[in-house]
Each structure stands twice: as structure tokens, then as C-alpha cells.
Design a protein around this ligand. Structure first.
Ligand code: SAM
Length: 224
């Protein structure tokens, strides 16, 4: 079997897995089907690209489990006109998935190497509606706010108020949060009014820590 054939088959069974685990939003499934996850990991990991598990990337970080990417993307309740912010670009994979669903994606990564690699990959693959910034995403990206949705792909000790303030009214923040470094609750917080929010708990998840002014301190950046 050629490598391409193996990847094609693996990609189909990976989509079946997402559906079996409960992903229903067709735009999310279409986007997950279209983005080549193997292009976002090193060559040594490419054969595992369609396994439903996180994989190691540079700087001791991870590319999230595909089911979790799909779950978080679905939880953002996106429409094609939305402008969204992602905190934790990592490999750029989730930004690529988002870019196929919404009008514009801004994404922030604290590691310069990861931000540069993600920017290169996204450009090479033609995801031209994504802009990458290297910086502390716990503070958001106020210049481009308000956002219809914000997703944080690292675990925060609590919900950063900077991010809540950068949501449009009706906007959704999807974030893993909790006092434990590597075990969080996945929250969806909807900004229902100027100073009002509603929070839903979508279940337990496990992410690398969000390091920054409204996250954990940087001595706590350890690989999971
Ligand atoms: N979304 C990524 C992908 O598709 O590959 C996976 C993200 S990985 C689980 C979490 C990322 O958050 C890491 O790359 C980490 O460096 C980054 N991160 C942690 N704290 C951050 C912060 N304050 N601002 C921006 N990025 C941060």
C-alpha cells in the first residue's frame, strides 16, 4: 500500500471516529476532512496523523487530539461570516480547520519558533485568511476585537477577563480552565450582555498550560 493510500484510508476512518464520538456539525466534519493533518507534524509523526490522539510538536508542545479539535470547533457555534481568535497556534492545524469555516482567523502563539513554522505551513497550504502573531495570547488581540468566537487551546487557571472583554455580544469563548495544570473543564462562556455571561461545562479535558499574564507563570511550562 502506498503512503498516500494509507493516509487516505486512515483519514476516512478518522472521520468515522469523529462521527461515532458525537461530532454532528457538517462544516466541522468537512473542514476536518479537508485539512491534511500530516502537513502539521514532523515526518516521523506523519504516519500517526490520523490516529485520534495528540502528537508531539516542537518546543515540548502538542498538536491536540483531532476529536478535541472538532469538539471545540463545534462548541464555538460558528457561521461563515465570523471573525475568530485562537490562543495557542501550536502547529497551525486548528487554525487551518477554523479557516475553512469562518471568514477570518487571528491566532496567537507564545513560542516564536512555533508561530513561524505555523505561518509558513498555513501560507504554503493556501490558508490565506489566517494571521499569526507571536505574543501572550492570555491578553487576546484587542486591535482586532470584537470576535464572534475565541478558542483557547491551552489550559488556564481561570477564565482571562481580557478575552471575555474581546467577545462580541453573543460571542462564545471556548476554554479549558481549572486549578490543576494538566486537567481542566472545557467551558463555553457566552457573552449575553455588556457585563453578563453564561457558562456551560462541556466536560473534562487535558491540555498543556496557558502561560502568560492571565494564565500560569512561565516556570510552569512543562511538556505533558
Ligand atoms: N492549536 C494547536 C494546534 O492545532 O496544533 C495546539 C495547541 S497546543 C495544545 C497549546 C499551545 O498553546 C502551545 O503551542 C503553547 O505554546 C501555546 N500557549 C501557551 N500559552 C500561551 C499564551 N499565553 N499565548 C499564546 N500561546 C500560548
Amino acid at each position: 500500500m502506498t503512503r498516500e493510500h494509507h493516509l487516505r484510508e486512515a483519514r476516512q476512518s478518522f472521520l468515522d471516529t469523529l462521527v461515532r464520538k458525537g461530532i454532528r456539525d457538517q462544516r466541522v466534519l468537512e473542514a476536518m476532512k479537508a485539512v491534511p493533518r500530516e502537513a502539521f507534524v514532523g515526518p516521523d509523526q506523519a504516519e500517526f496523523a490520523y490516529d485520534d490522539c495528540p502528537l508531539q510538536i516542537e518546543e515540548g508542545q502538542t498538536i491536540s487530539q483531532p476529536y478535541i479539535v472538532a469538539l471545540m470547533t463545534e462548541a464555538m457555534q460558528l457561521t461563515p461570516e465570523d471573525t475568530v481568535l485562537e490562543i495557542g497556534t501550536g502547529s497551525g492545524y486548528a487554525a487551518a480547520v477554523l479557516s475553512r469555516i469562518v471568514k477570518k482567523v487571528y491566532t496567537v502563539e507564545r513560542h516564536r519558533l512555533l508561530a513561524n513554522l505555523a505561518e509558513e505551513r498555513l501560507a504554503m497550504l493556501g490558508y490565506n485568511n489566517v494571521t499569526v502573531l507571536c505574543g501572550d495570547g492570555s491578553l487576546g488581540w484587542p486591535e482586532h476585537s470584537p470576535f464572534e468566537a475565541i478558542v483557547v487551546t491551552a489550559g488556564a487557571p481561570s477564565v482571562p477577563q481580557s478575552l471575555v472583554r474581546q467577545l462580541a455580544i453573543g460571542g462564545r469563548l471556548v476554554i479549558p480552565a481549572g486549578a490543576n495544570h494538566y486537567q481542566q473543564q472545557l467551558l463555553r462562556l457566552t457573552r449575553t450582555g455588556e457585563d453578563e455571561t453564561e457558562t456551560e461545562n462541556l466536560g473534562d479535558v487535558r491540555f498543556v498550560p496557558l502561560i502568560g499574564k492571565q494564565g500560569w507563570r512561565d516556570t510552569e511550562d512543562r511538556a505533558s
